[in-house]
Each structure stands twice: as C-alpha cells, then as structure tokens.
Design a protein around this ligand. Structure first.
Ligand SMILES: Cc1cc2nc3c(=O)[nH]c(=O)nc-3n(C[C@H](O)[C@H](O)[C@H](O)COP(=O)(O)O)c2cc1C
Length: 266
C-alpha cells in the first residue's frame, strides 16, 4: 500500500554539525560496571498501584515541549531516547542514481511479518529528502547496518549531496545486487535487510515508512547454528548531533515468569 507525497509539511530543522571526526573520549574513559540485579522491594502500601522507591526524589525538571523550540525539543528527545539503531539506507532514484543515507529514527517493529520502520524528516528548505522520494517512487529500500569500520563512510553519506550525485562514490563504497529489491545492498555492510514498502504515512514534518523485510543478508562470520547471529556489533546513535556508542559491552539477563517472580519475592 503506497501513499502519495502530497502530505509533506514544510519544516525548519535544527542545524546539524558538519562531518565531525569520531570522538573517542567517552569510550576511552568508560569502564564497564558489573551489573547487580537486586530483587524489587514489595509495596508497603497494599492499596497503592505504585511502588515508590525510597530513593526517588522530586528533583525532576518538567520540560513541556509546547513551551520550547523545535530544535530544543528535538535535542531533548534524541538525547533521552538512546541508543538508537541506525538504518543506513540504500535506495534507487527514478533516474537510476543509488542513494545512501543514515537514519536513526529506525527500529524493528514486527516479527510476523517482519517489519521495520524509518522516519524521514525534510531538508532545511522544506523539500523531501532523496531517500523518502526514492522509497515512494520505487517501492523498496535496503537497510544496511553500520559497524564501526564504516562509521566515517556513514558520516560522509549523511551530507546533503544533490540527488543527481551518489554518496557511494564520495564514501568510497560499492554495492551488490539485491534479490527482491530494486535498490542494491551495500557490499561492505556486514548485514543488510531488503525491504518492500508496506505503508507510508506523513507524521507532522516527517514521513514514516514501514518496510517488510523480504531478504536478510549476513556475513558468514556472523552466523552460528540455527541462524544464531553472533559477534555482531553495530554502532548506536546517542544524543544528537553526533554522539555514538559501541555495542560491545554486553550482559545477559534471564527472563522470569510471573510464577517465578511470586516464588522469589515471598
Ligand atoms: C547517524 C545519523 C542519523 C540520522 N537520522 C536521521 C533520521 O532518523 N531522520 C532524518 O530525516 N534524518 C536523519 N539523519 C540525517 C540524514 O542522514 C541526512 O539528512 C541525509 O542528507 C539525507 O540524505 P538523502 O537526502 O540522500 O536521503 C541522520 C544523520 C546521521 C548522521
């Protein structure tokens, strides 16, 4: 199901900083802390629907988005909703130009069928971005996932190249054909998802695209038995404009059933 481009609203977006070099200060100074899972205390007030922690303080500032500028609200949102995965999208224009650009308003939103969502704003002059135009006209796109070795190239591809010029050349990247999508996948990416456009919807000044994943591509070294993905460490986006994180500090937390929780909390 595809929708036309008409509902675009013109917008003014906060200015992003130009191609910043990778800043490793945080990573170098960060010592991973062991994770201690303590049991939640029971409520002393049986009639209460909430457990109020003894350590909860009222030192919280309320930020009402209706009182602040779009740029400030955007900064608060994108610094709180972290880390965000990055969809590095290849798409094909009507004239055959292969476009590449990163989007961190992105996530997996369905397992059966497999759906991903990306949200694309407009350019500073209010015009739609190339990726949005291409997805609308071609009906498909490929989400390539960004690992640390590709971070510099990803950053270059986020620059506002004219739609007639492919970011691939500037970023020194090349593509491989997709199986189902007209848009090719990024050959250097360790993993890519071919997506068919399922639905598009304007959302304020953004255009939201839901894609159905119709093919996975994963480098051999990522695959363990029974399609288990191992040692895959994509980069995540932290606060805007340009902070990122690695996903190499990992820990396991076993799930509990309600019955198990009841037994443990007695
Ligand atoms: C890590 C990263 C994440 C980004 N996420 C988004 C996003 O979610 N939505 C968006 O509209 N722009 C996002 N951008 C900006 C676009 O990548 C940028 O506007 C790009 O020039 C769009 O290219 P296009 O016109 O070729 O589609 C992001 C940039 C970076 C570096």
């Amino acid at each position: 199901m595809q929708h036309g481009l008409s509902p675009w609203r013109r917008c003014t977006r906060p200015k992003r900083s130009p191609l910043a070099a990778v800043d490793n200060r945080f990573a170098e100074n960060f010592t991973p802390q062991p994770i201690h899972l303590s049991r939640t205390r029971s409520c002393s007030n049986e009639r209460s629907h909430f457990c109020v922690s003894e350590r909860q303080s009222d030192h919280h500032m309320q930020i009402d988005p209706s009182l602040h500028s779009n740029a400030d609200n955007y900064r608060v949102l994108t610094n709180l909703v972290v880390p965000r995965p990055i969809a590095w999208v290849t798409s094909l224009s009507q004239t055959g130009v292969i476009n590449l650009a990163p989007f961190s308003f992105f996530n997996a939103v369905g397992g059966d069928p497999l759906y991903v969502v990306i949200s694309i704003g407009c350019r500073d002059d209010g015009a739609p971005k190339d990726t949005a135009k291409n997805i609308q006209t071609s009906g498909d796109f490929v989400v390539n996932l960004v690992t640390e070795d590709l971070l510099g190239a990803m950053n270059i591809s986020a620059a506002d190249f004219p739609s007639t010029e492919s970011e691939l050349i500037a970023a020194n990247l090349h593509v491989a054909p997709s199986v189902h999508a007209k848009a090719p996948r990024l050959a250097q990416a360790q993993a890519s998802l071919e997506c068919k456009l399922y639905h598009s919807q304007s959302l304020g000044t953004n255009m939201v695209f839901i894609g159905e994943v119709v093919m996975f591509h994963a480098a051999d070294h990522l695959l363990g038995p029974r399609l288990q993905i191992k040692n895959f460490a994509p980069i995540g986006r932290l606060g805007s404009p340009a902070t990122y994180c690695r996903t190499t500090d990992r820990f396991e937390v076993p799930r509990v059933t309600y019955a198990q929780w009841q037994k443990d909390s007695r």
